[in-house]
Design a binder for this molecule. Structure first.
Ligand code: AMP
Length: 300
């Protein structure tokens, strides 16, 4: 595996590929890699000639009160995981390599990025789109894979790709979960033993709420019941909401056979967790999103 640290090194390497025109597959991450990231790498491998992984804790997507300094950095372990997944090139630049002190250009998606996390993390998606556009320009991938764990991020990037004619295949894989249902996240390491025990209730409640909505339960009362169920267990709910896909408009009712994203952010102590369920996932295939990305949630 080649490890490249600068944009010049990456661009030089990428230019050297031109003669053979290989299919370049790309997985951008912030490191602290776990089985969710491994799954992205495992799935991209057979679909490309050359795979590129980036590890970059992107400062522009963190708000002033967020955990940039505290974000876990586990580079040596990440190298092992990347090697084990057969990554060809790891791009791991320093912050000052990606953003000069004179950096003044940002890319902003203005519809899909507004509700849900966008409401509570001003500037977050602007940081994400800006860094991913920069990375796409450097790596020039044919295919880029993202996780449905960060569903809003995926839809924002899908939209940017279409709006700006980037011509990358932007695809998602289903969320990788612990056996008890908790979505894998580098932030899970911050949970106390008690909170870790409670955490699977989060996805379970989302899945139950989705099942009720699919069965025709009224939207706002069902969302409110989901919120109350989470609060009663000990979660502090930042939001629990449902938006139409792919527009992210707010629906008045959930129609049978139409796709929606049911998503929430909660706190357990100081740790913020996000998770989501696609309601009526099959309907997304009809509007051009690849089917394996949106497996329905199981509720028990
Ligand atoms: P991050 O390093 O957290 O920025 O995530 C990098 C990529 O990994 C993003 O596309 C995430 O959606 C994806 N990812 C993170 N956790 C999971 C998970 N549990 N399952 C699937 N993909 C994930």
């Amino acid at each position: 595996m080649k490890i490249l640290r600068t944009r010049n090194e990456l661009q030089h390497w990428r230019a050297g590929l031109e003669a053979t025109r290989p299919t370049v597959g790309f997985v951008p991450t912030m490191g602290a890699l776990h089985r969710g990231h491994a799954e992205l790498l495992r799935r991209i491998r057979p679909r490309c000639d050359v795979s590129v992984l980036s590890i970059f804790v992107n400062p522009t997507q963190f708000g002033p009160s967020e955990d940039l300094a505290k974000y876990p950095r586990t580079f040596e372990r990440d190298l092992e995981l990347a090697c084990a997944q057969g990554v060809d090139v790891l791009f791991a630049p320093a912050p000052e390599e990606m953003y000069s002190s004179a950096h003044s250009t940002f890319v902003e998606e203005t519809q899909v990025s507004r509700p849900l996390c966008g409401q509570f993390r001003p500037g977050h998606f602007r940081g994400v789109t800006t860094v991913v556009l920069k990375l796409f320009n450097l790596v020039r991938p044919k295919l880029a894979l993202f996780g449905m764990k960060d569903a809003q991020q995926f839809f924002v990037l899908h939209q940017m790709n279409r709006d700006l004619d980037l011509r990358v295949s932007v695809e998602a894989i289903p969320t990788v979960r612990e056996p008890d249902g908790l979505a894998l996240s580098s932030r899970n390491a911050y949970l106390s033993a008690d909170h870790r025990e409670l955490a699977p209730r989060f996805y379970k409640t989302l899945a139950e709420t989705s099942t009720r909505l699919r069965a025709g339960a009224p939207l706002s009362a069902t969302l409110e019941a989901g919120r109350q169920a989470l609060e009663a267990c000990g979660f502090t709910v930042q939001y629990l909401d449902c938006v139409e896909l792919p527009t992210f408009n707010s629906p008045n009712v959930v129609l049978p056979g139409c796709p929606y994203l049911l998503a929430a952010a909660v706190y357990l102590g100081a740790t913020r967790l996000i998770d989501n369920v696609i309601v009526n996932p099959a309907a997304l295939t009809a509007i051009g999103y690849s089917a394996p990305s949106f497996e329905p949630a199981e509720s028990s």
